[in-house]
Design a protein around this ligand. Sequence first.
Ligand code: NAP
Length: 321
Amino acid sequence: MSTTLSKESTKLGLIGLGLMGSRFLRRLNAEGWNVRGWNRSRDAILPLKKYGLQIEETLSGLVGKSEVLLSSLADDNAVRAVYFGENSVFANVQPQTIILEMSTISPDLSALLHREAAKRGANLLDLAVSGSTPAVEAGTVTLFAGGEPEIFNRCVPVFESIARQWYLMGPATAGIRMKLVVNLLLGIGMEAIAEAVSLGEHLKLDLDLLLDVLPKTAVVAPAFSGKFLKIKNGDYSPQFPLHLMSKDMNLAQSAAHQCKVELPAGRAAAAVLNGALAEKGALDISSIASPASTLAGRHNDNQGNCKPGHIVSPVNATAAA
Ligand code: NAP
């Protein structure tokens, strides 16, 4: 394989065509890369074929034909299923293949992938993605990588096609560790917004106005600006599903536990997200702040006056459930 990856000569293969992977496939294809995709279930594939995207029927076929593999899978279980076993990535990968592992998984599993790739002469980067589906469509995600600088530098042409910025955070697993740091903030931030909306409702503020004004203040991070319109419209179609946010908060808690560090706000936010899984797991994370759920915790009298000490935050509501 040539030193620099190029649209003209490098064959890319994308494993996992869910919310993120399907959009990465479309974006790479639109940017002129020779890219093929594979997905476990067929439901996700049919609409992509309509866009003229190249889909490989088998995982082994995709791995065998690709010089660079990108994978975007749900969680540790999905990654284990795809990388290990009979028709898996590691059963078929060729030496010198570059693997860009973009799923948000545990650092322990990421370390195992690095070791197994190295045994086969393949080059793996953990390449965590910050930014949701609108950012993938716009090519504005942020990438956090862990691995060898030489491999990272060779992949820059791919990064340029999908991301606004990319950082080599350190050796193997540094990218995924950084992702847990970032998503800890995301999870706590979304839960904090849910509480703020709840308080606004209890204080009898005009909810539409509150949802218009809050994202214009300096205290709301850009990652949440699009969420206010979703809450206002009651449109909880998933960009980042709540079950994946919950998974990431649990990964952050496990990582913190391993390093013997306490994350009290993270623990509280994780409890809220985990508590909402059964009802809202498939919905967007913004559903945690839906007025319906915050209204469920309403403890004000009929004149719109809050009873002192009875504002029920989502944290308390979940703990009480
Ligand atoms: P998604 O829509 O749920 O897609 C998950 C993908 O994993 C699908 O292709 C699914 O295949 C596959 N999968 C699940 N279990 C599998 C198994 N046992 N064997 C093989 N394939 C399996 O999730 P997503 O939103 O695209 O997220 C993908 C990854 O990116 C996750 O790790 C997530 O945390 C991370 N991420 C997501 C966002 C976001 O905003 N959505 C942002 C940053 C990072 P099937 O279609 O067959 O189920």
